[in-house]
Structures are given as structure tokens and as C-alpha cells.
Design a protein around this ligand. Structure first.
Ligand code: BES
Ligand code: MN
Ligand code: MN
Length: 457
């Protein structure tokens, strides 16, 4: 075995201990009460970058949470790889459903449990440790490397597009490597070539100017919860088709070739039902579950509120109701156009007697990356070496809003080489990362750099 891989194996336990320090920082980007902690996670990444031998380490402020930049640019004549990831995490609640506290990383069995363990601190750490392994064994990297680790991915990366535009020269590169996605399954290393976009809104419905006695007024006064439910019910038909006029106009249908490729992946609906404890899968008629998850757009209500929530019966006709409505988008839907379609739909379909306000929370474009680019081929080769298994090409239903911007602003192909798994509870209680895959991820990241150096010749 090469000295590089031997170094990664013999230092594996120490890597996990170091990762724990990163996972202990509650860098919850959505909650401004944690701004100081979120900054501390940026400082952790910057310190670590310095420690492993990266240069020009900077914590660059934005109007939101800072971006960490660092580089090593001494591989003259070799390509430059930009590694992107995020140090922020989702809020950990509900806290009582965690077996061990979210910011007290704990190893149980084959996994390390903590908020951010897989999304995305653990995966960022794989790249940092792969760089350390190169520097400690070869004294150099095989290609030029720049890293940019942000702190606002979990809130939609609002400040990153202007950051990219303002720092095009600093970030100029030949390929963008991102480890923030999943593998198809255990023992199935994967490169992801498609992500869905996102258009996220809040609906605020107001009826009477105060809560009313539902007996004295119910029947003649519009109830905002009923009105909101009527409106939401009209948003999809019985075949699971979204009813916003024009919603599917820009959707690229899955090609027969791709359908055949996806159908070759081993998908067992019984396993899927068991994983989630659901009686059956549902969705848009005419599409398989994988197509529904990866290649078709959705409309989901992610939260709804209004009226009396306490114990027992309170006869009240509420003044207000609201809902969070999220749409996952696919190529070539534009979240701004979809927003216009939602506003038009609401205006045309809102039952009488209430007012409704549509508030945009955030939007991000879908991404489809070519599967034959230099970095995708390098990642496939690296995964095969690290896992000893031929990797799979998959899509994903999740979103990383900045992927499309990398392509557009930097003109460099993106490769998504992720190590998460569907059962690892990203965004949920008991988030975990599989430790064998963490170690194989570090090897894959190290071998990817070597593969890129060969590709450059
Ligand atoms: N890492 C995820 C995205 C992801 C998860 C991609 C699984 C592929 C497979 C990322 O951190 C995330 O959670 N993104 C958000 C979007 C964001 C705008 C809040 C998402 O997909 O909900
Ligand atoms: Mn992530
Ligand atoms: Mn996430």
C-alpha cells in the first residue's frame, strides 16, 4: 500500500478525535443566537487549514456568516481543484429525540452521532485530512488546491453568489469538488450528477381582525385555516400533478436512456418502506419512485399553523393561518418563474373572505452536471480505488443552491462525490456518519487529487 494510504489508516483514530472538536461547535446558521458559535466553526476550519499546510488562509466576512478560503498553489502546470463545503448545520430540534446530545459527538457501533456529522462537517473533514495526508507523506499536493467552506448553505447560501462574482480571480479553477451528497447505499460509492432546485414560500392568510367565538360568527365569516386548506388542496390533483399553470413548461422529461439507467439501480420498494415505516410510496403517476425523487418536481407543505393548539376544545374562529410551501425543482425550471406561477395561482384560487400574502423565503436553481467531465472521471476512479467497488452514477432529490453558480460564474465543471447515506438522519435527530465510510472518504479525497494530476497531463 502507498505511504499515503498507510498514513490515512494509521492516523484514523486521531482524525475521529479531531473531528469531534469540530462537531462540538453548534454552528446553527439559521439561529442568530448562535452567531458567535457559527463564527467559531469558521475559525476552526481556518486553524485546521493552517495546521495542515494550506496557505493564504482567510476568514472573509460577508453580510451573513463568513467564508473560509485557503489554498496551496505550488503544483505548477497542474490543474487547480476548488473544494467547496459548509461548516454550518441545521437546528438540532426536537432535542428530546436525540439519544445523545447533538453537540456532544458520540461513537456508537460503526457511527459517530452529532448534528453536522454527515451534513457537512464530517465530509469537509475528509478533504482536510486528505490534504494533511498528502502534505505529511509527500510534502506537497499533486495538484493546486483551493478550499472555500461557507457558513450559510443550510439557509440557502444567500451571500455566496455575490461572493463568487466578487472573487472570480481568487476562485479561478479547473474543477469544483463537493462532498455534500449521499451514496446510493452502503457499499455503493456514488457520484451524483443531478440535484433538484428549490423555491420556498410562506403563505399568510388573514380573516377577521381578531379571533372570534366560532358559534356566534362561524358560518358567515371566512375561516383562514379552512381557506388555506382549500387553497393547498387545489395545488395538486389526484395524480400528484402540481396545478400551478405553466409549472411543467420548463421541465426536461427524463429521457428513455436515463430511465433505463435509473431502472438498472437496485431499488427495493419494501426496503424503502421499511426504512421510513410507511405503508406505501406515493407520487406523480407514470413515474417510478427514483424518478419521482430525483428527476421530477414536487410541491410540499413543510409547516402549517393557525388557531388553537392547546389542550381540549376551544371554540374559536381564528384570525390568522399560515403555511410553508416548498417546491423542489428540476432542470430547467427557474425559481423566479415558479414564484410568479405560485402568486398567480394563489390570486386566482384563494377562497373569498380572507386576504393572503405570499412571502418568498428562498430559491435556488437545479443542477445537472455532465457525467463525462475530467473531475467526474477522476472521482469515479478514486472511489473505485478507495472502496474496491465500481461506483454508481446517481441523482439526488436534495439541493445545493450554489452548484449551478459555480458552473456559471467560474466556468468549471462540478463533481459531487458524497458519502452520506439515506439512513443517516441528515436534518433529523440522531444524525450520524458511518466511520468506515469516513475513512474510505478520506482515501477517496486523497486519491481524487492524484487522479486529477494525471488528468492534467
Ligand atoms: N447536503 C444537503 C443537500 C443534499 C442532501 C444533497 C442529500 C443531496 C443529498 C444540503 O446541506 C441541504 O440540506 N440543502 C438544503 C437546501 C438549502 C437551501 C436549505 C435542502 O436540500 O433542503
Ligand atoms: Mn449539506
Ligand atoms: Mn443540509
Amino acid at each position: 500500500m502507498s505511504e499515503l494510504l498507510a498514513y490515512i489508516e494509521s492516523n484514523g483514530d486521531r482524525f475521529v478525535e479531531e473531528l469531534k472538536a469540530f462537531l462540538r461547535i453548534p454552528s446553527i446558521s439559521a439561529d442568530s443566537g448562535y452567531n458567535a458559535e457559527t463564527r467559531r466553526a469558521a475559525e476552526y476550519v481556518a486553524d485546521e487549514a493552517r495546521r495542515i499546510g494550506l496557505e493564504h488562509v482567510q476568514i472573509i466576512d460577508t453580510p451573513g456568516h463568513p467564508v473560509v478560503y485557503a489554498d496551496w498553489l505550488h503544483a505548477e502546470g497542474s490543474p487547480t481543484v476548488l473544494i467547496y463545503g459548509h461548516y454550518d448545520v441545521q437546528p438540532p430540534d426536537p432535542l428530546d429525540l436525540w439519544t445523545s446530545p447533538p453537540f456532544e459527538p458520540t461513537v456508537r457501533g460503526d457511527s459517530i452521532y452529532a448534528r453536522g456529522s454527515i451534513d457537512d462537517k464530517g465530509q469537509v473533514h475528509m478533504h482536510l485530512k486528505s490534504i494533511e495526508a498528502w502534505m505529511k507523506t509527500a510534502g506537497r499536493l499533486p495538484v493546486n488546491v483551493k478550499i472555500i467552506i461557507e457558513g450559510e448553505e443550510e439557509v440557502g447560501s444567500p451571500n455566496l453568489p455575490p461572493f463568487l462574482a466578487a472573487h472570480r480571480d481568487l476562485l479561478a479553477c479547473d474543477a469544483v469538488m463537493i462532498s455534500d451528497t449521499t451514496m446510493y447505499d452502503y457499499e455503493m460509492p456514488s457520484v451524483t450528477y443531478g440535484l433538484r432546485g428549490l423555491a420556498y414560500f410562506e403563505l399568510h392568510v388573514v380573516g377577521p381582525d381578531r379571533d372570534l367565538h366560532s358559534g356566534m360568527f362561524g358560518g358567515a365569516v371566512a375561516n383562514p385555516i379552512n381557506a388555506l386548506c382549500d387553497l393547498i388542496a387545489k395545488m395538486k390533483d389526484e395524480n400528484g400533478r402540481v396545478q400551478l399553470p405553466g409549472f411543467y413548461d420548463d421541465v426536461v422529461d427524463v429521457s428513455p436512456e436515463e430511465r433505463a439507467e435509473l431502472a438498472r439501480l437496485p431499488y427495493d420498494v419494501e426496503d424503502f418502506k421499511k426504512l421510513l415505516t410507511i405503508p406505501e410510496t406515493v407520487g406523480e403517476a407514470g413515474y417510478t419512485d427514483l424518478e419521482r425523487l430525483w428527476a421530477r418536481p414536487t410541491l410540499d407543505v413543510c409547516g402549517i399553523w393557525g388557531g388553537y393548539q392547546g389542550e381540549g376544545a376551544k371554540t374559536v374562529l381564528p384570525s390568522k393561518a399560515g403555511a410553508k410551501v416548498s417546491m423542489r425543482l428540476v432542470a430547467h425550471q427557474d425559481y423566479r418563474t415558479v414564484g410568479d406561477q405560485l402568486r398567480a395561482f394563489v390570486a386566482a384560487n384563494m377562497p373569498p373572505g380572507c386576504t393572503v400574502d405570499v412571502v418568498e423565503l428562498h430559491g435556488g436553481p437545479p443542477a445537472l452536471t455532465p457525467t463525462d467531465s475530467v473531475p467526474v472521471r477522476a472521482a469515479l476512479a478514486a472511489l473505485e480505488q478507495a472502496f474496491g467497488i465500481k461506483p454508481f452514477l446517481i441523482r439526488s432529490g436534495g439541493s445545493i443552491p450554489i452548484v449551478a453558480d459555480f458552473d456559471a460564474q467560474l466556468g468549471a465543471p462540478v463533481v459531487l462525490m458524497g458519502f452520506g447515506l439515506p439512513d443517516q438522519n441528515a436534518h433529523s435527530p440522531d444524525e450520524k456518519m458511518n466511520l468506515p465510510n469516513y475513512h474510505r472518504g478520506i482515501k477517496s479525497a486523497a486519491l481524487f487529487l492524484e487522479q486529477m494530476s494525471r488528468a492534467g497531463q
